[in-house]
Ligand binder design. Sequence first.
Ligand code: BGC
Length: 244
Amino acid sequence: MEILGIDIGGSGIKGAIVNTETGELLTGRERIDTPQPATPDAVSETVKKLVDHFEWRGRIGVGFPAVVQNGVAQTASNIDKGWIGTHVGNSFTAYTKNPYIVVNDADAAGLAEVKFGAGKGKSGLLMVITVGTGIGSAIISNGQLVPNTELGHLRFKGGIAEKYTADSIRKSEGLSWEEWGTRFNEYLEHVYRLFYPNLIIIGGGASKKFDKFRNLINIPAEVIPAELQNQAGIVGAALAGLQD
Ligand code: BGC
């Protein structure tokens, strides 16, 4: 099936039409900066621009950077607080008539990596940790996703983990790759000691730069970059769009 996948991030909103049987992008990837503040109206208008760009009239799967339960956003770390309690899909439908299926962005990336990427054919406990403006997580046990885990919000070093080691923190604090990679390894080690995953896949913007910090990662589990890199979010959003 062909579905428009849209990945809403703290800094960019990206979309492409995806073949959900193969995971391939059938179009180029279109990206628009996330409006600031990322209010429901401003984000919905941006989503409309993407839908208009693709002239898309069918189903749309969306990865959204918050806890999403039954379509309703429950948190808002890197988006406007006005989203809390809002039915995300209904907000978009008010701007374009398409049906929307909305899931957490890291869960979407997790689905894509397990089906088409670095987690394909792997058994046991897998984790996808997305590293970008925030830190997101997906936990998949023998193919089954546990939705809405928020391992970027684990209490760590006197605050929450994403404020210590997100990619945006590397940039805002001007950390070298060595400094940031050392922090990130501490965080992964903490996660490892809590969940004992067999494999951790690193997604989000940082997945493209994995070579810059791979030598600083030293935990007992295998840690590898997402194969779909940060397209995992778009592909996984499209996969989520298959749900009824
Ligand atoms: C949000 C998560 C999201 C992650 C990555 C975090 O701040 O709480 O829901 O998955 O950022 O976007």
